[in-house]
Design a protein around this ligand. Structure first.
Ligand SMILES: [Zn+2]
Ligand SMILES: [Zn+2]
Length: 263
């Protein structure tokens, strides 16, 4: 299984794209502005999109991608998401005002997109992969995902604050790589708490929930372009300031768009 990072920034700027991952050629996890780096042919090969939640930085490119390639596809693009996410997309985006309702175009019988509700804890098998829907704690209905093709899992936290149920499940999985958000720096920890995102000091306590016998690389995502260096410095500092702490055993890296991982 191959995971390609299309976007992993918390906002846009030159060379900064928002959240989207391409798993093999056929599955997108989130559809932020990183999708815009795919060629038409690459977009055409995407069969399904799994959305963590409805926030714009995770869905912004979805309506535009459908418009770019749907007419040349022979089957609807499947959009898998929680019920609350699907409701939000239908009400606020594919509503014939912001963008056409592509569940009815070109016809109700053969539409460009189809919505498929998922629930937390559910495991789907499709495209030779197993995709488990993980819990997330955010301001709107939200999920994370664990994706595997039989080997270890690629785990993505989605947007989340403190999330005991996530760690409980993660400790049961064979994790090859964890991608976890840290959207804000410590100086913005109040904003992080209110918007239900992580900051480095909360990330430190969250990583303490990982069982000691678990070792896998941890990649930080969703940093704001203007704050990325500060956030990574603060994460390194908690690593170094607690040399006897449990965090030290963790292998923490900064995720970058354009990276590709074989799992
Ligand atoms: Zn969000
Ligand atoms: Zn986000």
């Amino acid at each position: 299984m191959r995971v390609r990072v299309l976007g992993c920034s918390g906002a846009i700027a030159k060379d900064c794209r928002t959240t989207s991952f391409l798993v093999d050629e056929d599955t997108l996890i989130d559809a932020g502005t990183g999708v815009g780096d795919l060629t038409l042919e690459e977009m055409r090969k995407v069969e399904r999109v799994f959305l963590t939640h409805a926030h714009l930085d995770h869905v912004a490119a979805l309506p535009l991608m459908v418009d770019a390639v749907a007419a040349t596809r022979s089957s609807p693009l499947q959009i898998h998401a929680l019920a609350g996410t699907i409701d939000a997309l239908k009400t606020h985006i594919f509503n014939d005002i912001i963008w056409p309702d592509f569940t009815q175009i070109p016809s109700r019988e053969a539409p460009f997109i189809s919505f498929h509700e998922v629930t937390i804890g559910q495991t789907l098998r499709m495209g030779g992969k197993q995709i488990e829907v993980l819990p997330a704690i955010h301001t709107v209905p939200a999920a994370g995902f664990a994706v595997s093709a039989g080997q270890g899992c690629w785990v993505f936290s989605g947007d989340t604050e403190r999330n005991p149920a996530f760690w409980c499940r993660l400790n049961q999985l064979d994790v090859a790589m964890l991608v976890i958000e840290t959207a804000f720096s410590n100086r913005e920890c109040d904003l992080a708490r209110r918007s239900l995102h992580l900051s480095p000091q909360i990330l430190a306590t969250e990583l303490d929930c990982i069982n000691l016998d678990k070792h896998f690389p941890i990649y930080i995502t969703h940093t704001k372009p203007a704050e990325t260096e500060l956030i990574m410095a603060e994460i390194q500092r908690f690593d170094q300031s607690q040399p006897l702490g449990r965090h030290v055993s963790h292998d923490i890296r900064w995720l970058r768009a354009g990276q590709s991982f074989e799992l």
